[in-house]
Design a protein around this ligand. Structure first.
Ligand SMILES: *[C@@H]1O[C@H](CO)[C@@H](O)[C@H](O)[C@H]1NC(C)=O
Ligand SMILES: *[C@@H]1O[C@H](CO)[C@@H](O)[C@H](O)[C@H]1NC(C)=O
Length: 284
């Protein structure tokens, strides 16, 4: 039913994207959202030989519908602020300049960040935090708040609200531990079943910063509706290093099941429908 609806809407979404550039920036969940949008628009293109995808780079992906002059891009930036891969320093008052230079002229910007701030131990991508060129010590929440302030300051200085519509996509819920996605084939029946996993304090920090920005930022709140969809993750049918899991790996869901990203077609299609609906309603 939903896919029938998306088929119908795809043509309208292509039309809405005519002469526009839509850019998603963030972590692999925004890449998932980009993949969904590229698929919706590609499927809707009357002449698919006139649609191009450049997804060779993990950091920057581009879909174009040439007959519509519609461009949809993704930039990898999981913290939004600058992470130096060499020194593993996360600079809370710096943005990755080359990425951000290419953003200001977009028609629609969709940002996300969140999960990478909560990683600990060997999963944490940074060793040190930095401000004003000096190492600083602070908790993850304070660092997250500083980073979002750096981001809103960039918006306020660089985005022309008459031309560019800015969205922040809310936290995409994971289904691990008590909410485990493995073997699930139906959505949760009741919202209360979902056991909160992402720190509530960090959600408040996002919401406060989005509200405080002088630039209008649409808050695309997909968290609640996505919490129910524990059945919508790839689980053991995921890809690792470009390959499907082996049967042996599939028998070890505890180590290999992916309960963070989403299958396509699937839930991120709904996020994109909501994005395009919000874009229409905020423009008029
Ligand atoms: C194509 O789209 C871009 C925005 O991505 C716009 O700046 C440009 O004017 C459009 N070209 C034409 C010929 O309309
Ligand atoms: C998952 O589903 C398979 C097939 O129905 C079943 O054999 C297996 O026992 C289930 N595993 C768990 C942990 O529920």
């Amino acid at each position: 039913m939903l896919h029938f609806f998306i088929r119908l809407r795809g043509g309208e979404m292509l039309e809405q994207c005519r002469d526009k550039r839509v850019v998603l920036v963030g972590d692999s969940l925004n890449r998932n959202m980009w993949e969904s949008l590229a698929c919706i628009l590609y499927a809707a293109a009357p002449d698919r030989s006139r649609a191009t995808v450049d997804d060779a780079s993990a950091d920057h992906k581009i879909f174009q519908a040439l007959d519509y002059n519609c461009t949809v891009e993704f930039y990898w930036s999981p913290f939004l602020v600058d992470l130096d891969d060499q020194t593993r320093v996360l600079k809370l008052d710096r943005l990755p300049a080359t990425t951000y230079r290419r953003l200001a002229a977009a028609d629609v910007l969709v940002f996300n960040t969140g999960h990478w701030w909560t990683h600990t131990g060997k999963f944490r991508a940074w060793d040190h935090l930095e401000r004003n060129g000096k190492k600083v010590e602070m908790g993850a929440e304070e660092a997250f708040n500083r980073a979002l302030r750096t981001w809103t300051r960039w918006l306020d200085r660089n985005v022309d609200s008459h031309k560019t519509m800015v969205f922040f996509r809310s936290i995409s819920p994971e289904h691990k531990n008590k909410n485990w996605c493995y073997n699930e084939t139906a959505p949760m029946a009741r919202a209360e079943e979902y056991v909160e996993a992402f720190p509530r304090g960090m959600v408040s920090i996002v919401e406060r910063n989005v509200r405080r920005a002088r630039t209008a930022v649409g808050y695309l709140d997909i968290t609640r509706l996505s919490e129910l969809r524990r059945d919508a993750h790839p689980s053991v049918f995921t890809v690792r290093g470009g390959k499907l899991l082996t049967p042996e790996q599939r028998r070890q869901p505890g180590s290999y099941a992916d309960c963070s990203h989403w299958c396509l077609p699937g839930l991120p299609d709904t996020w994109n429908l909501l994005l395009f609906a919000s874009w229409t309603s905020l423009r008029s």
